[in-house]
Design a protein around this ligand. Structure first.
Ligand SMILES: Cc1ncc(C[n+]2csc(CCOP(=O)(O)OP(=O)(O)O)c2C)c(N)n1
Ligand code: SF4
Length: 292
């Protein structure tokens, strides 16, 4: 007699009625979602208090597949939307989940200022080095010499090292993994979910359809083998030593885990210092203030 099939532990976190997903075979985005559901599974959080926000792009579709309060916002605007959500309801755990183009190109200004202000949110960036959804254009993370639809002779501009950028702006938790590092990624997501302030996890991930194929780098599985061979785990490494180079060593790990007042805490401290007893502590607009 055949054994009963055990339910997949991730199913309860997904809108399974929407499956199969739009992602291509070999795409790394789904693997990262699996890690995220495992992090949620181990967290013990009230899922009614976790909200997920994404912008536009293949990664931006993640919000629609998770069985949480999900918001699919406009391109590059996931962080400001998430900031409003968090300020309106500070009890929520707010997660932004989006692609490298969405977060660091059109949304780059929001990324640096949310990190500077230490807004209380976790930002997960799936970095596939290209604009997947719109046909493989160059992004701020595309390596020099890699080919994109808009750089047919190879990219030539300097690239962002996203962990270094967010660290230098003041993010309190900064990590990089690849979609090969499923155990470490799930653990890191769990750690970051449990922390306050601006947390950022970059995940290097294959886009076989528009990046790997165009650069003659094989299929998704070939890229996973590449990640396995070239990654070096250096937890606590200075982000100045984590620059990436095309097809060279990949430094992964949790680089930053520091404490700093969130933007709301900093505001409270300043206002209390200046106004003393006259200061009425911040209450979210949705709640009645304690004194009313
Ligand atoms: C204001 C605006 N400009 C451009 C677009 C077109 N657009 C949609 S998704 C996208 C890029 C997505 O790339 P990325 O964030 O890297 O995500 P991926 O698809 O690779 O996961 C662009 C340029 C848009 N929807 N809105
Ligand atoms: S185009 Fe690339 S990023 Fe988008 S689903 Fe396909 S493989 Fe994934």
């Amino acid at each position: 007699m055949s054994e009963p099939v055990k339910p997949n532990p991730t199913s309860k976190y997904l809108r399974t009625e929407r499956l199969p997903s739009i992602w291509c075979p070999g795409c790394g985005i789904g693997t990262t979602v699996n890690c995220f559901t495992r992090a949620l599974d181990g967290s013990g959080f009230d899922l009614d208090k976790v909200a997920i926000v994404s912008g536009i792009g293949c990664t931006g579709r993640v919000a629609g597949y998770l069985n949480l309060d999900s918001f699919h916002t406009t391109h590059g605007r996931a962080i400001p939307f998430a900031t409003g959500l968090q300020m309106a309801n500070p009890d929520l755990k707010v997660v932004v989940y989006s692609g490298d183009g969405d977060l660091s190109a059109i949304g780059g200004n929001h990324l640096i200022h949310a990190a500077r202000r230490n807004v209380d949110m976790l930002v997960v960036c799936v970095n596939n080095f290209t604009y997947g959804m719109t046909g493989g254009q160059v992004t701020p993370t595309t390596f020099q010499t890699a080919v994109a639809s808009t750089t047919p002779y190879g990219a030539y501009e300097e690239t962002f090292n996203l962990p270094r950028l967010v660290d230098s702006c003041g993010g309190v938790y900064v990590a990089r993994w690849t979609s090969y590092h499923v155990k470490q990624l799930a653990k890191s997501m769990g750690e970051a979910l449990n922390k306050k302030g601006f947390r950022f996890i970059e995940i290097l991930s294959p886009c076989p359809t528009l990046y790997l194929r165009r650069n003659k780098l094989g299929e998704g599985l070939d890229e996973m083998k590449f990640y396995k061979e070239k990654s070096v785990i250096k937890n606590g490494a200075s982000t100045t030593e984590t620059d990436l180079d095309y097809r060279k060593e990949i430094v992964v790990g949790t680089f930053v885990n520091r404490e700093r007042p969130t933007n709301v805490e900093a505001m409270e401290a300043r206002m209390s210092e200046v106004l003393g007893a006259k200061y009425v502590p911040y209450e979210s607009p949705g709640k009645k203030p304690a004194w009313a």
